[in-house]
Design a protein around this ligand. Structure first.
Ligand code: BTN
Length: 251
């Protein structure tokens, strides 16, 4: 039985698809209301960053969710979304991706997709889930060459935005319904761990503002927080920040 049905509204240009969905939500939009835009003039990323969004270069997508799981697990929405994007890129473009904590999608070790979930207050508390996928190399600024990549650079055939969107809507529907089932939260953690080498045993550096920590990843907490084993052996729980793999120095 499918109860979650995304309904997509298309725009040429918006400030941010997340803003647009939040506005629709404040006017009573239903769960599943989604916005796709050709360009964003003020696209936002995690940690107050800008998400450059030139016309036609990316998939800029947001959707309104009213999760049924308890609010202390809503952080798992982005983990569920990362799995859905990973499913969609596999289905539509035969691209294999890996998830970097918390929810960056990497292909060939470079970022191909970013995810931003924002909690909003309407008559009921809700989530706006935003997803940006680089379709061409124009989607990311030149200073990110080497760290970012696009579908056009990696896929073995030209893939239309609409094909990726259709696959994303299918994958999100399945993944979101599964998250809302009993033990859905536990399943998201398990499946995230199976799609990411960042969950267990990876030497990483975590930067959060002025704080920089280095340690070995030791799994996820129930809400998706990263467990990091420091050199002292102590486990530190990370809830925000940027993670990069630390590679052993060559002699
Ligand atoms: C990140 O990796 O920092 C998250 C980037 C999220 C970008 C998407 S594009 C669609 C939606 N609208 C926004 O303004 N941001 C998200």
């Amino acid at each position: 039985m499918t109860s979650f049905q995304p309904k997509v509204l298309r725009y040429e240009s918006v400030s941010s698809t997340n803003n647009e969905v939040a506005q629709l939500a404040s006017r009573g939009a239903e769960e599943g209301t989604a916005v796709v835009a050709d360009e964003q003039t003020a696209g936002r990323g995690r940690l107050q960053r800008t998400w450059t969004s030139p016309k036609g270069a990316g998939l800029y997508f947001s959707i309104l969710l009213r999760p049924q799981i308890s609010q202390d697990r809503w952080s798992l929405i982005t983990f569920m979304a990362a799995l859905a994007v990973s499913d969609a890129l596999r289905e539509a473009c035969e691209l294999e991706t890996e998830i970097k904590w918390p929810n960056d999608l990497l292909a060939s070790e470079r970022k191909i997709c970013g995810i931003l979930a924002e909690v909003i207050e309407t008559t009921r508390r809700a989530v706006v889930l935003g997803i940006g996928i680089n379709l061409t190399s124009e989607a990311y600024p030149t200073e990110l060459v080497g760290q970012a990549v696009s579908v056009a650079e990696l896929a073995t055939r030209p893939v239309e935005r609409e094909e990726i969107l259709a696959a994303l809507l299918r994958a999100l529907t399945l993944r979101y319904e599964s998250l809302n089932e009993p033990d859905g939260a536990g399943r998201v953690i398990e499946e995230w761990m199976s799609r990411s080498s960042y969950g267990e045993g990876k030497l990483v550096r975590v930067t959060n503002g002025d704080e920089i920590l280095t340690g070995i990843t030791r799994g996820l907490e129930k809400d998706g927080a990263l467990r990091l084993q420091l050199e002292t052996g102590a486990i530190k729980t990370i809830r925000a920040g940027d993670v990069v793999q630390v590679r052993a120095e060559r002699k």
